[in-house]
Design a protein around this ligand. Sequence first.
Ligand code: HQG
Length: 180
Amino acid sequence: MNKKREIKISKFLSYVLRHKPQSIGLSLEENGWASVAEILQNSKIRFSFDELKYVVDNNDKKRFSFNDDLTLIKANQGHSVNVALAFQEITPPDILYHGTAEQFLSSIQEKGLLKRKRHHVHLSKDIPTASKVGKRHGQLVILSIDTKKMHEDGYTFYLSDNDVYLVDYVPCHYLSESKL
Ligand code: HQG
């Protein structure tokens, strides 16, 4: 499949599975599962099951998963839609990173990291991953987070199926700016 079409289908899946299922009359079940048949039927961009499977299997960030018999599909993280999600609770590594942009820094230093529209604040396991996330927003800033201390202080951490670390909130005193 050509890259342009792959990205178009992937963006469409992110949109309906994370943010606006109702835009194609889809409803998400618990954990964000949706019917593959309904997606194929209702999507405005027409694509086949084989194309859908190719996009899911080859996605650079493993954004989507199928159930065992390939009748249901979900986004692994990143939702803004109101749906019940269950992630695996974990003990985090001692330090995690958050990539963001210069223009958000003063507000983050004042209020901490907020989840905003999403269900969680997203944290990365290394600086290269955090850099990709942050660059989407502007001039890159990398924050390191003392997740060991946060965990000791009682914060709960989760890991999505595609290895994104999730937490409800990061107060500013656990944050420090990393040198790039
Ligand atoms: C910032 C991508 C001002 C925060 C990535 C971020 C990720 C604040 C932006 C996933 C703030 C929200 C999520 C505060 C946080 N004041 N700004 N107090 N607290 N922010 O896109 O983490 O490619 O909702 O730093 O890989 O950038 O879509 O979150 O810059 O896993 O699969 O508010 O999206 O995955 O932006 O990215 P986002 P994010 P996909």
